[in-house]
Write a protein that binds this ligand. Structure first.
Ligand SMILES: *[C@@H]1O[C@H](CO)[C@@H](O)[C@H](O)[C@H]1NC(C)=O
Ligand SMILES: *[C@@H]1O[C@H](CO)[C@@H](O)[C@H](O)[C@H]1NC(C)=O
Length: 190
């Protein structure tokens, strides 16, 4: 009887410890995401302000210059700014300017990862973002890809500069990390 009680007592303690750890993990993940949201807001808002004070071309050039730290989170390689024309052409990209600038997202997908054709629709993402930007700006959740074709979920803040209604600026963070999700299927194995 005593042994039973001891045993169930330690099981109970274990359960409480596990539950506490799970609760802490949730709090940790939530505050991590809040931090990412705050950084994205800071990056987008400072970009819009800089466009007003320094002019669009200067700012686009600085975003595209990977040496320039003005519009990036120097502690996180994934904290950067992107600018697109409403027609889907990328104007500036803070992480992969060589891949994106002058191209649409759909062009990049088809050129780099043709097996994602019809699985990830670059035009649809652009439409979502244009609509959100024109409605006053806000957060958009969508699927995105790593350069090797791993699909994961991303959350981005999208806003239009005051004097340029034919374009939008965004900055986001990963909701799921690429390690959490399976890679896109290899067509050779299908
Ligand atoms: C960035 O810095 C590297 C190393 O200093 C230099 O070689 C490169 O030309 C710079 N690129 C730009 C766009 O300024
Ligand atoms: C898209 O818009 C940009 C900026 O307004 C412009 O430079 C570019 O020529 C346009 N591209 C197409 C394909 O219409």
């Amino acid at each position: 009887m005593l042994t039973m009680m001891k045993l169930s007592g330690s099981v109970l303690v274990m359960m409480v410890v596990v539950m506490l750890q799970q609760a802490l993990d949730v709090v940790d993940a939530t505050s991590h995401q809040m931090q990412k949201r705050a950084i994205a807001e800071l990056l987008v808002d400072s970009t819009l302000k800089a466009i007003e004070t320094d002019g669009l071309d200067v700012v686009l050039g600085q975003i595209n210059n990977l040496n320039n730290t003005r519009f990036r989170d120097t502690e996180d390689v994934n904290g950067y700014v992107v600018a697109f024309a409403n027609n889907g052409t990328c104007l500036a990209h803070g992480q992969r300017p060589g891949d994106f600038v002058g191209r649409t997202t759909e062009d990049v997908i088809l050129a780099k990862i043709p097996e994602l054709k019809d699985k990830l629709d670059g035009w649809k993402i652009n439409t979502l973002m244009v609509e959100k930007a024109q409605a006053g700006g806000g957060w958009v959740t969508y699927n995105w890809i790593t350069p090797t074709g791993v699909v994961y979920e991303k959350n981005s803040l999208v806003k239009q500069p005051k004097d340029y209604k034919d374009m939008y600026v965004l900055s986001g963070y990963d909701v799921t990390t690429p390690e959490d999700v399976a890679p896109a299927p290899d067509p050779k194995e299908e």
